[in-house]
Design a protein around this ligand. Structure first.
Ligand code: NAD
Length: 267
C-alpha cells in the first residue's frame, strides 16, 4: 500500500485527488490538509468529497501529514509549495507538485528540496499535454524562425489566478528548446498599445479567462500563406488527477531528484 497525503484537499483539484486515491488499487489515503482557519479544517474528508464518513478529519498541520505519508501531492498555491517542499526535504518523503505560478525563488526552494527528496514537478499532468510538449519541440526545431512565428493561446475558467498558465509556459519552453534558445530571452507574455511590429524569433502568449473551461491550449506556427495549429483541450480535471496518481505510484521509493511527467510517462 502506498500512503498518499493531499495538501489543499478541499480545492477543485484536491477533492478530485482524494477521490482518485480512494478509488485507486494499492493506494491508501494518509490524510489531507487545508490552510489554517480554512472552512474545511476539521471536516471529515470522505464527506468533503461526497463519499460518506472515513473517520479522517481535514488537518491544518502539513508536518504531521508528511510523517504519515509515503507520497504527498500538492495542487495548492506557490507560497504553500515553498513551505511543503522544505517539509518534504526534512522528512525525505516523495512529493508530487502540480501547483503553477511559482516565482523563481519558490522554484529554487523546490530544486533544493529535490536534492533530499524525490520530487515530480509538472505544470500539467495529463498524458495529452505531455505528448504535446514533445510535438511542439519537434515542430519548432524543423521550422525556421525567420519564416514561422510561434504564438501560444490558452483559455481557463474564471477562477484561475496565474497567467499565462503553467502549461502555456511549458509549451513555450518546449518551443524555445526546439529553437535552441532560452524562453525568457524571447517571450512576449502580453501585448498592449503601440507595440511595434512583431520581432522574428519571439514567442508570444495570449490569455483568455472565463466560465468553467478546464484548460485549452493552442500553439500556432504562423508562416506566410499557411499555418500549423496544435491544440489540446482538457474537458475534465480527472485527467490531471489520474496523471498525479501515475506520478505518485512512479515516484514512491525513488532516489532524491527532480523529475518531470516525461520521466513518469517515459516519453
Ligand atoms: P483551488 O483554489 O480550487 O484549490 C487550491 C486549494 O489549496 C484551496 O482549497 C486552498 O485553500 C488550498 N491551499 C492554499 N494554501 C494552502 C496551504 N498553505 N495549505 C493547505 N492548503 C492550501 O485551485 P485548483 O483549481 O485546485 O488549482 C490548484 C493549483 O493546481 C493551481 O496552481 C493550478 O494552476 C494547478 N493545476 C495544475 C494542474 C496540473 O496538471 N499540474 C492541473 C490543474 C490545476
Amino acid at each position: 500500500m502506498i500512503r498518499i497525503g493531499i495538501v489543499g484537499c478541499a480545492g477543485r483539484m484536491g477533492r478530485m485527488l482524494v477521490a482518485e486515491v480512494l478509488d485507486g488499487e494499492g493506494l491508501a489515503l494518509a490524510g489531507g490538509t487545508e490552510r489554517p482557519g480554512g472552512d474545511a479544517v476539521g471536516r471529515d474528508i470522505g464527506e468533503l468529497v461526497g463519499r460518506g464518513p472515513l473517520g479522517i478529519a481535514v488537518g491544518d498541520d502539513p508536518r504531521v501529514l508528511f510523517d504519515l505519508s509515503d507520497v504527498v501531492i500538492d495542487f495548492t498555491a506557490p507560497v504553500a509549495v515553498a513551505r511543503h517542499a522544505v517539509l518534504a526535504a526534512e522528512a525525505g518523503k516523495a512529493y508530487v507538485v502540480g501547483t503553477t505560478g511559482l516565482e523563481p525563488g519558490q522554484e529554487e526552494i523546490l530544486r533544493q528540496a529535490a536534492t533530499r527528496a524525490a520530487v515530480v514537478w509538472a505544470p500539467n499532468m495529463s498524458v495529452g499535454v505531455n505528448l504535446l510538449f514533445a510535438l511542439v519541440e519537434q515542430v519548432a526545431r524543423r521550422l525556421d524562425p525567420a519564416s514561422f512565428d510561434i504564438e501560444i493561446v490558452e483559455m481557463h475558467h474564471r477562477h484561475k489566478v496565474d497567467a499565462p498558465s503553467g502549461t502555456a509556459l511549458g509549451l513555450g519552453r518546449a518551443a524555445a528548446r526546439g529553437r535552441g534558445v532560452a524562453l525568457a530571452d524571447v517571450w512576449q507574455k502580453s501585448r498592449d498599445g503601440i507595440t511595434g511590429p512583431r520581432k522574428a524569433g519571439d514567442i508570444g502568449f495570449a490569455t483568455l479567462r472565463g466560465g468553467d473551461v478546464v484548460g485549452d491550449h493552442t500553439v500556432v506556427f504562423a508562416g506566410t500563406g499557411e499555418r500549423i495549429e496544435l491544440t489540446h483541450k482538457a474537458s475534465s480535471r480527472q485527467v490531471f488527477a489520474q496523471g498525479a496518481m501515475r506520478a505518485a505510484r512512479w515516484v514512491a521509493g525513488r532516489e532524491p531528484g527532480l523529475y518531470s511527467m516525461a520521466d513518469v510517462l517515459d516519453l
